[in-house]
Design a protein around this ligand. Structure first.
Ligand code: KG4
Ligand code: ZN
Length: 390
């Protein structure tokens, strides 16, 4: 199956073409034919987080150029004299009526290209920022009319889970039962799957998501957005030398019986500690290190509790924060010390943060589960989408 996939749920605009085919034994062979991603992170840096109106505008601006590039990479060229069907033009005009600039460049550029050889268009429908999700969905709908292909709606969080099983051109069959820890800028959740396409949330954050707390702490330390990689960089510098300051932050809810999380108190503790102090670089590194240790300890302890209770065969860690080296090492150690086997699946850092490949892979798996020829009008953005199928 060949798919075109679109991701616009937050501040990354991404599209890809991929080929997927099931192999004997249940793994899938994946060939990414083209993947183009534009990160808007720098544009949002001055706001210290994602500014939805700006994100929506940027997605609308980026989608046509990155799709043209992807089309070029799969060998589809502009056909100068291609004339669009009048009916299609009218439909596309209506679909993109709120995206004037996107509509113009779509008709001027995309509609003048040949039709790629794809079976469907996968698009992220949530969770995420509603206005930015709609840009991706409207673009997918316009392409669906132009290319006469069905749309497969994809859940962003499911995409993060699927990413954990993708490596080296292979999408592995998920071992079941599966426990997934999803840690991103918007989510922190523990999800249990007894079988394919079955997701039960057993715990989530009551306030800030882990990635959000990394971003907020980064701001307190004067670092740029997105803060996760920056905080991690400082923390690793602190780990290479003797500590300069004695600082200890709380491990929120670590002794609690349930699987919920809370990170806003931890961020506040960091704020109280740094406020009014003129910290040296080395002291900032120690603060970043202690913060990262606190987050890691909470995540590992809660995940271990969930493993001991539900005894899954596999643990998947997905979402942007899964790119964190310290968390990865601590999870690896925890799993190795269990007295029963649990396989650990963590994506490579570049596959952990938002991208279009995860949307394509998830769309492909969805298409195998049910009839994917959904009518276009059934596809809606849902900012707080839980799981499409329960
Ligand atoms: O999954 P993602 O790309 O977007 C959302 O769906 O939210 O996650 C982005 C989050 C940001 O908060 C970013 O700071 C965090 O992932 N992040 C990291 C690292 N790389 C990205 N956090 C900690 N350590 C990292 N190495
Ligand atoms: Zn994400």
């Amino acid at each position: 199956m060949r798919l075109f996939a679109i991701e616009t749920s937050c501040d990354e605009t991404a599209v890809c073409f991929l080929d997927a085919v099931e192999k004997d034994g249940g793994d899938h062979k994946i060939e990414v034919l083209s993947h183009i991603l534009i990160s808007q992170a720098e544009k949002h840096a001055e706001y210290g987080g994602v500014f939805p109106t700006l994100a929506k505008r940027e997605h609308a601006k980026n989608l046509v150029p990155i799709t043209l590039k992807a089309l070029e990479e799969v060998g589809v060229e502009k056909v100068g004299d291609r004339v669009m069907d009048k009916n299609d033009e009218e439909k596309i005009g209506k679909i993109l009526e709120r995206e004037e600039e996107l509509k113009e460049s779509f008709i001027e550029e995309i509609a003048k290209c040949g039709v790629p050889d794809v079976d469907a268009i996968a698009v992220c429908v949530g969770p995420g920022l509603e206005p930015t999700l709609w840009v991706g969905i409207n673009f997918a709908e316009a392409l669906s009319v132009l290319w006469d292909k069905p749309i497969i709606p994809v859940n962003h969080m499911e995409g993060h889970i699927v990413s954990s099983f993708f490596d080296n051109n292979t999408l592995k069959k998920f071992p079941m039962p599966l426990l997934s820890l999803l840690i991103s800028g918007g989510h922190t959740e523990l999800v249990l799957s007894e079988k394919q396409n079955d997701y039960r949330k057993i715990g989530s954050t009551r306030d800030d998501a882990v990635g959000e707390s990394f971003d907020k702490v980064a701001r307190l330390l004067g670092l740029s957005y997105p803060g996760g990689p920056e905080v991690a960089r400082l923390a690793s510098l602190s780990r290479t030398r003797a500590k300069k300051i004695d600082v200890r932050f709380p491990r929120p809810m670590i002794k609690d019986d349930g699987f919920d999380f809370s990170f806003s108190g931890l961020k506040t503790a960091v704020r109280y500690f740094v406020e009014g102090k003129n910290l040296t670089d080395a002291e900032k590194e120690d603060v970043a290190c202690e913060f990262e240790d606190a987050v890691t300890e909470v995540l590992v302890t809660k995940t271990k509790m969930a493993i001991l209770k539900h005894r899954p065969s596999a643990l998947a860690v997905g979402g942007g924060v899964a790119a964190n080296k310290n968390i990865k090492e601590a999870m690896t150690k925890m799993v190795a010390e269990l007295d029963f086997p649990v396989s650990l699946h963590i994506p490579k850092p570049k596959d952990a943060t938002d991208n279009a490949i995860m949307i394509g892979l998830s769309g492909y798996l969805n298409s195998m589960q049910k009839d994917y020829g959904m009518a276009v009008y059934e596809i809606r953005a849902d900012s707080s989408l839980s799981y499409l199928k329960n």
